[in-house]
Ligand binder design. Structure first.
Ligand SMILES: [Zn+2]
Length: 207
């Protein structure tokens, strides 16, 4: 594989990028001066170094070399720790946080489970989620888990899988399990929902 094809393949692996777009990125980069490419490479490496994964909610956050292992939300005692919002990815977190509709704590699954997936436990952080729920429920901190997946077959598949896995804990500790109201239309991704829609969906959540 030559270097143009190799770079194209890398861009193709990005979310939402098709072969033609990937190729356009490659030619765009090739048309740039060396300084631009050096800056780009440096910025990517710096981001990798400055960014940590929060050990509580598993989202990426800028730690700026402070060595902090918890993000600003998981360090904030004035958040509502009785609520845990389970979402698929970091961009979903950004949409919800921007809406200002939610004051609780998050958990980022890190993906979704494709239909007919043989090893669903390798696609999302299910073990970490169960550990988090068990620990906080045992300490009487956690009261409600809200599962907010995209309204498409993969999102629904993931929701069903998590609900089943959480069931023993929900029963044992008397937790409330809810999903946002269907103000979000079918096929909607949380990532692309506006603040008003997210607010309504979270307010009108159902069991
Ligand atoms: Zn966190």
């Amino acid at each position: 594989m030559n270097s143009i094809d190799k770079l194209t393949e890398i861009f193709r692996s990005f979310p939402g990028i098709g072969p033609r777009q990937a190729r356009r990125f490659v030619y765009f980069l090739l048309s740039k001066k060396n300084g631009y490419l050096d800056d780009l490479a440096k910025t990517i490496l710096e981001a990798r170094k400055d960014v940590n994964t929060c050990e509580s909610c598993f989202r990426y956050f800028v730690s700026n070399g402070t060595g902090s292992t918890l993000c600003s939300i998981c360090r904030n005692s004035s958040r509502n720790w009785s609520q845990l919002l389970v979402i698929a990815k970091d961009v979903d977190f950004e949409s919800v946080e921007k809406s200002g509709a939610y004051q609780g704590i998050y958990f980022i699954l890190g993906g979704t489970i494709p239909i007919l997936e043989k090893s669903p436990e390798t696609k999302i952080r299910i073990h970490e989620l169960l550990q988090t729920v068990e620990k906080r429920a045992k300490d009487s901190i956690l009261k409600e888990i809200i599962i907010s997946m995209s309204l498409n077959p993969e999102g629904e598949n993931t929701e069903q899988y998590i609900k089943k896995a959480l069931k023993p804990f929900v029963e044992k500790y008397g937790l409330k399990l809810s999903i946002p109201g269907k103000g979000l239309s079918t096929g909607t991704e949380l990532e692309y929902s506006d603040s008003e829609t997210i607010k309504n969906a979270l307010r009108n959540r159902t069991e």
